[in-house]
Design a protein around this ligand. Structure first.
Ligand code: KIV
Ligand code: ZN
Length: 515
C-alpha cells in the first residue's frame, strides 16, 4: 500500500451504535454495511461479537455478505471475546479482530484494577490469541489520549512483537487538543523501534468538538488509518465524522499530501440512510451532508458563485452526491424508468412484488406532488427494504381537527388483522391526538422515546419523513413513515413501529447484556 493512502475504518455499526437510541437491527446493519462497501470503505467495524447474540449475528451476516471491505469485530483483551469475534468472522473474505485494553493510569487503577505490567501481559496474550485465529489483528490502547507516553511506547512495542499489524491510539474521552495529539503520534512513531511494522490509527471522540481536527493532525504526524462514523454518530458527542475526514483529505490534498479510496459521490445517500435508520436527523448546518452545506443565501455569495463557483465554494456539491441526479420523475414516468432510477441510486428491491408495490406508491405520490426527487424515491422504497413486519395494524382512515384556541381531536379507523376499529381522542396537539387515538385501539403500553419529522425535499409540497421510536420492556423499535401529509406520515410511522414490535423485530442496546 502506498504510504500516502489513509485507510478509512468505519465504526458506525459498532461505536456509532453505542450512542443512546441508535441501536440497529441486523437487517438495518446489513443495509448500512452494503452502502459502506459501495462507498469503498476499507474496513467496516461491524460490531462487538461477544456483546449480545444480536451483535454476533449481525457481525456474522455482514462478514458473509460483504466482499470488498475488511470486516472487523471488536473484542476486549479476553480469550472468550476473541474466540467469539473469530467465530463471527470465520466466513469473511477479509476479517480483522480488533482487541483493546485500557492504558491510562485512571482506567488501569480504577476500572481494570491492574498494575501496568499486568496490562502489558494481558495485551500481549490477547494479540497472540487473536493472531492464532486471524491474520489481521488491530490493537487499541483505550484512553490513549490520557495515557503516559512511555507506557504507550512499551505496550505498543510489545503488541507489535506479538503480531498486531494496526495500532490504534484512541482519544476515548475526547480530551486531546490537535497539536498535542499530533505530537503524541509523532513521538510514538519515532520512539517505538518496530513502529514500521504496523499501521498507526486514530480514533477520536468529539467531546470538545475536536474529533476531526485531532484525527487530521494525527494524519499529518504519520497516522495512516482513521476510525470514524457516518454523520459523526457515536458515544456521547460522537466520533469523527467520516464525511468530514474524507472531504478534508480530498479538498486539502495540496496541504495534507494523502488520499483515501472513498467514492465520495455516495456520501450523501449513506448519510441519509444512517439518519433514517437511527432516527438521528442531520442538522441543517452540518458540514458536507447538512441541507445548507452548499446553500448560498446571501446576495453577495450568490452573485459570486454565479460569476465563478470557486469564489465561495471549496468543494463541488455533486462530488458528495448533492444535485448529482436531481433528475425529476413525475406521474408520466414508467415502471422501467422507475426501476432504472432506483438502480442508479444503488437500490435493488428484493423481488418483483416489492418493485410493483413501490411503483404503486410512487404513482400515488406523483398524483399529490408533481415533481419526485431522488430523496422521495429513497423514502418511498425504505419500507420494502426494511424489516419484514406483517401489517397487523393498518391505517384505514384518519381525520384530525385542529383550530386556534380549541383542543385538537383525532378520529381514526384502524384495521387490526383485517377487522376495523374506530377511535376518537383529543391531545395536546394534532400528533398527540393521533397517537392517543391509535393507542386507544392498540393498547401497546409502549413508551414513546422519540418523534422526529424531516422534510425530505424542499418546498411545502415536500413529503414529511417521520421517525417514531417506541420502547417496551427494554425492547426498542424505530418506525418510519413518509407522506405529504405530516399527520398521515406520523400515524404510519407509529403503526410501523407497533407492527415491528408485534413481529418481534426489535433492537436492544448493544451492550445490554452487561459487556
Ligand atoms: O473510544 C474507544 O476507545 C474505543 C475503543 C474500543 C477503540 O471505541
Ligand atoms: Zn470509541
Amino acid at each position: 500500500m502506498s504510504n500516502d493512502r489513509v485507510i478509512i475504518f468505519d465504526t458506525t455499526l459498532r461505536d456509532g451504535e453505542q450512542s443512546p437510541g441508535a441501536s440497529m437491527t441486523k437487517e438495518e446493519k446489513l443495509r448500512i454495511a452494503k452502502a459502506l462497501e459501495r462507498m469503498r470503505v476499507d474496513v467496516i467495524e461491524a460490531g462487538f461479537a461477544i456483546a449480545s447474540p444480536g451483535d454476533f449475528e449481525a457481525v456474522k451476516a455482514i462478514a458473509e455478505t460483504i466482499k470488498d471491505s475488511t470486516i472487523c469485530s471488536l473484542s476486549r483483551a479476553l480469550d472468550g471475546d476473541i474466540e467469539r469475534a473469530a467465530e463471527a468472522l470465520k466466513n469473511a473474505n477479509s476479517g480483522r479482530i480488533h482487541t483493546f485494553i485500557a492504558t491510562s493510569p485512571i482506567h488501569m487503577q480504577y476500572k481494570l484494577r491492574m498494575q501496568p505490567d499486568q496490562v502489558i501481559e494481558q495485551a500481549v496474550r490477547a494479540v497472540k490469541k487473536a493472531r492464532s485465529l486471524c491474520a489481521d489483528v488491530e490493537f487499541s490502547c483505550e484512553d490513549a489520549g490520557r495515557s503516559e507516553i512511555d507506557f504507550l511506547c512499551r505496550i505498543i512495542e510489545a503488541a507489535i512483537d506479538a503480531g498486531a499489524r494496526t495500532i490504534n491510539i484512541p482519544d476515548t474521552v475526547g480530551y486531546s487538543i490537535p497539536h498535542q495529539y499530533a505530537e503524541t503520534m509523532r513521538q510514538l512513531l519515532e520512539r517505538i523501534p518496530n513502529a514500521d511494522k504496523a499501521v498507526f490509527s486514530v480514533h477520536c471522540h468529539n467531546d470538545l468538538g475536536l474529533a476531526v481536527a485531532n484525527s487530521l493532525a494525527a494524519v499529518v504526524a504519520g497516522a495512516r488509518q482513521v476510525e470514524c462514523t457516518i454523520n459523526g454518530l457515536g458515544e456521547r458527542a460522537g466520533n469523527a465524522a467520516l464525511e468530514e475526514i474524507v472531504m478534508a483529505i480530498k479538498t486539502r490534498q495540496d496541504l495534507l499530501g494523502v488520499y483515501t479510496n472513498i467514492e465520495t459521490e455516495h456520501i450523501l445517500s449513506t448519510s441519509r440512510l444512517v439518519s433514517g435508520i437511527t432516527g438521528f436527523p442531520v442538522q441543517p448546518n452540518k458540514a458536507i451532508v447538512g441541507a445548507n452545506a452548499f446553500a448560498h443565501e446571501s446576495g453577495i455569495h450568490q452573485d459570486g458563485v454565479l460569476k465563478h463557483r470557486e469564489t465561495y465554494e471549496i468543494m463541488r456539491a455533486q462530488d458528495v452526491g448533492w444535485n448529482a441526479n436531481k433528475m425529476v420523475m413525475g406521474k408520466h414516468s414508467g415502471r422501467n424508468a422507475f426501476r432504472a432510477r432506483l438502480e442508479e441510486l444503488g437500490i435493488v428491491l428484493p423481488g418483483e412484488a416489492e418493485l410493483n408495490a413501490a411503483f404503486a406508491r410512487f404513482k400515488e405520490l406523483a398524483d399529490k406532488k408533481h415533481e419526485i426527487f431522488d430523496e422521495d424515491l429513497q423514502a418511498l422504497v425504505s419500507d420494502s427494504l426494511g424489516e419484514e413486519a406483517p401489517e397487523h395494524f393498518k391505517l384505514a382512515f384518519l381525520e384530525v381537527a385542529s383550530k386556534t384556541g380549541e383542543v385538537p381531536q383525532a378520529q381514526l379507523v384502524l384495521s387490526v388483522d383485517g377487522v376495523e376499529h374506530k377511535a376518537t381522542s383529543s391531545g395536546a396537539g394534532p400528533v398527540d391526538a393521533t397517537f392517543k387515538a391509535i393507542e386507544a385501539i392498540a393498547q401497546s403500553q409502549a413508551n414513546l422515546q422519540l418523534y422526529s419529522v424531516n422534510a425530505i425535499t424542499q418546498g411545502t409540497d415536500s413529503q414529511g419523513e417521520v421517525t417514531v421510536r417506541l420502547e417496551k420492556g427494554g425492547r426498542i423499535v424505530n418506525g418510519n413513515g413518509a407522506d405529504t401529509d405530516i399527520l398521515a406520515a406520523s400515524a404510519k410511522a407509529y403503526l410501523n413501529a407497533l407492527n415491528l414490535m408485534q413481529a418481534g423485530v426489535h433492537k436492544t442496546h448493544p451492550q445490554a447484556d452487561g459487556v
